[in-house]
Design a protein around this ligand. Structure first.
Ligand SMILES: Nc1ncnc2c1ncn2[C@@H]1O[C@H](COP(=O)(O)OP(=O)(O)OP(=O)(O)O)[C@@H](O)[C@H]1O
Length: 448
């Protein structure tokens, strides 16, 4: 035992069940102001009256990194560990000094604090670089349906399953995708967004999976890393998944099943660990029925589903949402506008909000810019919002197709008015392509 204890440069001590010192190394004995031989066999309390070992033997609980003032006046940081036998009886105690003086200890603490601050800073930077900007606190609305959906989102974030976020354009699907990633165990890894509708069909495969050098004419030297590989360890947000071409859907399905990708022009596969968060404003089930979306992919993605209802279906949220958005917008614009008059609120609640929260945000931003007092009056609302109130009436029951067409027509008409007939802005606000907007304008004979 002596041979083991003495070469150790950290002060250590071994005590038997009667608190007698069985072994102590030279450094510890010298620290106490004794020679080793003077201490061995003595009760620990005789060597240091302040010893807590008798107490530790009673509680049977280790005291780790405790500050201890020795009888000789030294203060140190120590461990006191009771060792129990199979019958849960104390068989011996082990003690050691971690820091022989408090200055050394305080120095380590300070250094640790500094490191923690630095670590926080780099964690924040990493999060920013990871691509996910928003978290739950950016999703306004803690009442009614919104709080329920947020709670579902938080539960979903804890799992590792694929997520499907459904909801009309402007309902906050992207906010949810970011927040789920940021609240998941993957939050320090990348969050990569791909808008499946914005990438031409023939480029989507190489965009998602990358390509090898020389894979096709015009391919970059050295090839290209795909979004899936970039998201490895993190999450990939496949926005507008409903617009993904069928041939790509089969390839995506393979990736989800096999958890491996194959670059364009390569015959090698690479294992990847990516969580898919997909979103769409289409009715995916309907697309499946129409043969435009693969059923097997639908079920693969539809493991955890979050459905965000359109704003018109959660009128109760409009009050809360408007006040909180108003606060945010006033702060951003540096204006003090914190009230919405009851009449204005009435108009806001009557509107059908085809552009959902995005439209509400725009309406409020416009009003904050126009108003010169602290309250938003109806006169600061766009014309089309007041007209909607007059035209709201219930009629005979219509087919789903007619209802959807009518809603589309109303949405396009409203937003066109709101943008003063600007088609590019309208298409953007409604999140549809320009060509699709032109088609619908023609189909519904909308006067621009
Ligand atoms: N609950 C909410 N709280 C705060 N802002 C919201 C909320 N929901 C939506 N928004 C705002 O509305 C706008 C649209 O949100 P987002 O882009 O997440 O919607 P989306 O459903 O992904 O739309 P799209 O389908 O058109 O891509 C953003 O400016 C976002 O900040």
């Amino acid at each position: 035992m002596e041979k083991i204890f003495d070469p150790i440069t950290v002060p250590i001590i071994l005590i038997d069940e009667d608190t007698k010192v069985r072994m102590i190394n030279k450094v510890f004995a010298n620290f106490l102001g004794y020679e080793k031989e003077e201490i061995l066999g003595k009760k620990v309390q005789e060597v240091d009256r302040n010893s807590r070992f008798p107490y530790v033997f009673q509680t049977k609980k280790a005291e780790i990194a405790w500050k201890h003032k020795f009888e000789n006046g030294h203060t140190a940081i120590v461990h006191r560990i009771p060792v129990l036998d199979e019958k849960d009886k104390v068989s011996y105690g082990f003690g050691m000094i971690l820091f022989e003086d408090m200055k050394e200890f305080m120095h380590i603490i300070e250094k640790n604090k500094l490191l923690e601050t630095e670590l926080d800073h780099y964690k924040k930077r990493l999060k920013e670089l990871s691509g996910a900007k928003y978290s739950w606190e950016n999703i306004i609305g803690n009442n009614g349906k919104m709080s329920k959906i947020k709670n579902i989102g938080k539960k979903v974030a804890m799992t590792n399953s694929n997520v499907l976020i459904l909801g009309e354009s402007g309902t906050g699907k992207e906010l949810y995708a970011h927040s789920i990633h940021n609240d998941s165990s993957r939050h320090l890894a990348p969050f990569v967004k791909v808008n499946c509708a914005a990438i031409p069909a023939d480029l989507l495969e190489s965009e998602l999976f990358g390509y090898e050098e020389g894979a096709f004419t015009g391919a970059k030297k050295g090839g290209k890393i795909g979004k899936f590989e970039l998201a490895n360890g993190g999450s990939i947000f496949l926005d507008e998944i409903g617009d993904m071409p069928l041939n790509m859907q089969s390839k995506l399905l393979r990736v989800l099943q096999e958890r491996e990708i194959e670059k364009v022009g390569s015959n090698k596969t690479k294992k990847i660990d990516v969580r898919v968060i997909a979103a769409t404003n289409h009715d995916l089930k309907e697309l499946v029925e129409e043969g435009k979306f693969r059923e097997d992919l639908y079920y693969r993605l539809n493991v955890m589903t979050i459905e965000i209802p359109p704003l018109r279906e959660r009128c109760d949220d409009i009050d809360d949402l408007s006040s909180l958005l108003l606060k945010k917008i006033s702060k951003q614009l540096g204006k003090y506008v914190n009230n919405i008059s009851p009449k204005t609120m009435e108009y806001l609640k009557m509107h059908s909000w085809p552009g959902n929260v995005r439209e509400l945000e725009n309406v409020l931003e416009r009003a904050v810019n126009l108003t010169d007092c602290d309250t938003i009056q109806p006169s600061y609302l766009p014309e089309y919002l007041m007209e909607n109130k007059k035209s709201k009436s219930s009629g005979p029951i219509k087919s789903m197709k007619d209802i959807i067409e009518e809603a589309e027509k109303n949405a396009i008409t409203s937003v066109l008015k709101y943008t003063n007939g600007n088609k590019l802005k309208t298409a953007k606000l409604l999140n549809i392509s320009r060509s699709s907007l032109y088609d619908k304008i023609e189909r519904y004979s909308i006067k621009v």
